[in-house]
Ligand binder design. Structure first.
Ligand SMILES: [Zn+2]
Length: 316
């Protein structure tokens, strides 16, 4: 056993390019060192007794044994990498690609980019990272918020990407969206699959997505009327003018549709909400890729590891 050295709290600059990333996280121990620094910036602290003296075990990878109480703690404990058979370098690469690709990355792309042996492994990796994209403690949108609703076409197993006209309700899903506006720029967004465009669905969406006293901008669709606790500016528009009065939510919707076609060759009904969450995650963190990377790996959050069979069950 060797003594744990006190690691400085400095996090270092996060890699901005593939080359920088490859150099920094080339080995298992480089990844483990990053995890250690993020977890214990002031040096090791035992989660059992709070003491700071520990030994690095030789028999278990990147696991420390408390010198006071004997508890063993892995650097991956509490992250989505815990108890995984995949190397840390693969997890790091997958999270980096997911966090930095502006369009996201599919399981198939992950498989080929990371030379993974099986599609199942790539799918599990992508599914676990995607699970981390929903933050239950996120703050509601506030200030000035644009809200609107749209229809997204989806693919079933045998459907072509484009659903024939006239099949209303078949192969289409209803999505509500909201974007927070800061001056002339969008900040954060929300997207949710809804069952209908009626008052109950849209009120529930808005009241969940925005803080009280938010100034909400919508078109004059009656379902947005009488929202309790929300200041509401309904704008009456001709059918062609919505993109002018509600520019950001319309841009978000069109980016979402383009993304769905480009990355997944058409979104599918199964797990559509997860794909919306992925899109919003990337949108909300488009300027903080480092935070996105950490969140995806479950570093510094309490993301509970999800077993493969649970993911399968949810996908079915
Ligand atoms: Zn201890």
């Amino acid at each position: 056993m060797s003594r744990v050295s006190v690691v400085s709290g400095s996090e270092g600059r996060f890699p901005k390019s593939l080359l920088e990333f490859q150099r920094r996280f080339a080995t298992e121990s480089a990844c483990a060192e990053y995890l250690f620094e993020r977890r214990w910036p002031e040096g090791f602290v035992c989660p059992g007794c709070g003491e700071g003296r520990a030994w690095l075990l030789k028999t278990k990878a990147f696991t420390y044994e408390c010198a006071d109480c004997g508890r063993q703690t892995s650097v991956t404990a509490g992250t989505i990498m815990h108890a995984s058979k995949l190397p840390l370098t693969i997890w790091f690469w997958a999270a980096f690609l997911m966090a930095t690709h502006s369009n996201g990355i599919s399981a198939l792309q992950l498989q080929s980019q990371l030379s993974l042996g099986s599609y199942q492994t790539a799918w599990m990796l992508a599914a676990k990272l995607r699970r981390a994209m929903v933050n239950p403690e996120r703050e509601p949108l506030s200030g000035v918020v644009e809200a609107d609703e749209t229809i997204i076409r989806f693919r079933t197993k045998n459907d072509p990407v484009v659903v024939p006209a006239g099949r209303s309700g078949v192969g289409k899903m209803l999505v509500a969206g909201a974007v927070e506006i800061d001056g002339s720029k969008p900040r954060r967004a929300r997207l949710k699959v809804i069952e209908g465009f009626g008052k109950p669905e849209l009120h529930a969406f808005v009241l969940d997505a925005v803080a009280p006293q938010t100034q909400l901008i919508t078109d004059d669709w009656p379902s947005y009327r009488d929202l309790p606790g929300v200041r509401h500016n309904a704008i009456t528009l001709g059918p062609m003018a919505a993109h002018i009065a509600l520019p950001w939510i319309h841009r978000l919707f069109s980016n979402l549709k383009r993304w769905g076609l480009g990355v997944y060759h058409g979104l599918r009904k199964i797990n559509l909400q997860h794909y919306l969450d992925e899109f919003v995650f990337r949108f909300n963190r488009r300027r903080t890729r480092h935070a996105a990377f950490d969140t995806l790996l479950g570093i510094g959050t309490r993301t509970t590891p999800i077993p493969y069979r649970v993911l399968i069950r949810k996908a079915a």
